[in-house]
Ligand binder design. Structure first.
Ligand SMILES: Cc1cc2nc3c(=O)[nH]c(=O)nc-3n(C[C@H](O)[C@H](O)[C@H](O)COP(=O)(O)OP(=O)(O)OC[C@H]3O[C@@H](n4cnc5c(N)ncnc54)[C@H](O)[C@@H]3O)c2cc1C
Length: 400
């Protein structure tokens, strides 16, 4: 007779999607003895997510188990104001790091193959049927439409190009997180983002946080304008990456069906104020893998703390209403705080004391006006939403 107090046999897991979330869990579960099957949309399918780069930051070793896959790292970060004034901060032992989704997927597929885990190249339509058919706990990381019900929805939309210059113009030690020498949209913010990989090569992006997407051709114009203004100048284009990431304080509802756990960007793992998710996904993947190995039901831990979500919600609203000048807000945040306090907050790793200190350096008048506006505005009314046409464009972009 089995010992009722003994370890439970692990329940099988069926993982749908091998993007940032799926790959992070698959890596951890392969070879643990948890019966695992993976389902990923085939190359060329409309549902398949395109290749992308993931950046993240933190102490030595990470992110999660993927440290050996980091293709570039920077020991300093830089923020540049609209007037060209710079804040450059040394990260100490931390690094700002870049991974390529294609490398992560290849490494994870190799590990799955060695562990004998089947990877089915198939578009999954019905995850509840998959749960019934396999008897497994389904972890569903397919994208979902942005849920309604938030106060603010901004879009982080960008065009990035890997460029090569003739002259050496890049400082390979320094990642430029935000360079505000770009025209600024009303109710949002725009900036250049520069990740050099050699003195003559870098990924350079034009990024906007705003309510509306630009007409498709304008991204290249804005990026070229930024390349001129920032002094990067003449260059050839080696590769291109585009993206639209919703930045919202809406709650992403769980899948109510038995045996199905919705996870990833689809469960609100993207941090509303930054559009970053990779390190939150590593924390969640650690927890889910431990639960699966113990044989218990999978219960998703929150990606972000309540205090951080509240602070994000206020910042999003202050940006969307134009109460704060976004460019000045971010420059002052980096100028007036130690860099690890800012990056710790943006990563969700900061405690209450650090967050209070950070809040004390934010523009008090506009932030208090935002809080006061909330107290007056009942019931909860949306602050800023993309127009209906933009919502359709967003859905198309999210399928990329
Ligand atoms: C262009 C871009 C760049 C980003 N850069 C960063 C960054 O630098 N740092 C950061 O922290 N965050 C970044 N993010 C935010 C976030 O980390 C990413 O969106 C991340 O990929 C989310 O992971 P995910 O697993 O939830 O979704 P995805 O990575 O999109 O994975 C979903 C997977 O499901 C598969 N799939 C979809 N539908 C089906 C189906 N029906 N059947 C089977 N499989 C299916 C897809 O092919 C895909 O592999 C970025 C987002 C974008 C859009």
């Amino acid at each position: 007779m089995p010992n009722p107090r003994g370890p439970r046999a692990p329940r099988p897991v069926a993982l749908v999607g091998l993007g940032a979330a799926g790959a992070s869990l698959a890596w951890r579960l392969a070879g643990t003895g948890v019966p695992l099957e993976v389902f990923e949309a085939p190359r060329g399918a409309a549902q398949r997510t395109q290749e992308r780069t993931w950046c993240t930051w933190g102490p030595p070793g990470g992110p999660g188990p993927f440290g050996p896959l980091v293709v570039a790292r920077w020991s300093r970060v830089r923020v540049v104001g609209a007037d060209g004034q710079e804040v450059v901060a040394d990260l100490g032992s931390w690094r700002y790091r870049m991974l390529r989704s294609v490398d992560v997927e290849e490494a994870v597929r190799g590990r799955l193959e060695r562990a004998g885990v089947p990877v089915h190249e198939v578009v999954v339509e019905d995850v509840a049927a998959l749960a019934r058919r396999t008897g497994a706990q389904v972890v569903d990381t397919r994208p979902v439409p942005v849920p309604a019900g938030g106060r603010t929805l901004l879009l982080q939309h960008f065009l990035g190009r890997r460029v090569r210059t003739e002259r050496p113009v890049f400082d390979v030690r320094t990642a430029t997180l935000m360079d505000f020498r770009t025209p600024q949209p009303a109710g949002g913010v725009a900036f250049g983002y520069v990740l050099p990989t050699s003195p003559t090569e870098a990924l350079v992006e034009y990024t906007e946080f705003s309510a509306q997407l630009l007409p498709p051709g304008q991204y290249a114009d804005r990026l070229e304008e930024y390349l001129r203004r920032s002094g990067i100048g003449a260059h050839e284009v080696l590769a291109e990456e585009r993206g639209v990431i919703p930045m919202t304080d809406a709650r992403f509802p769980p899948d109510p069906r038995a045996g199905v756990l919705r996870w990833g960007a689809a469960s609100g793992s993207v941090r509303p104020s930054t559009g970053y998710a990779f390190s939150a996904l590593q924390r969640q993947a650690d927890a889910l893998a431990a639960q699966a190995v113990r044989g218990g039901p999978l219960v998703l831990p929150p990606a972000h703390g309540r205090r951080h979500l509240l602070m994000d919600s206020l910042v999003l609203e202050a940006l969307a209403t134009g109460r704060v000048d976004g460019a000045r807000f971010f420059v002052e945040l980096f100028r007036r705080n130690p860099v690890q306090r800012v990056l710790g907050f943006l990563d969700g790793a900061s405690g209450p004391a650090a967050d209070l200190a950070l809040m004390a350096t934010s523009p008090r008048g506009p932030m208090l006006a935002t809080v006061a506006g909330r107290l007056r505005r009942r019931p909860r009314a949306p602050v800023r939403s993309p127009e209906p046409g933009a919502a359709a464009a967003l859905r198309r972009s999210l399928r990329r």
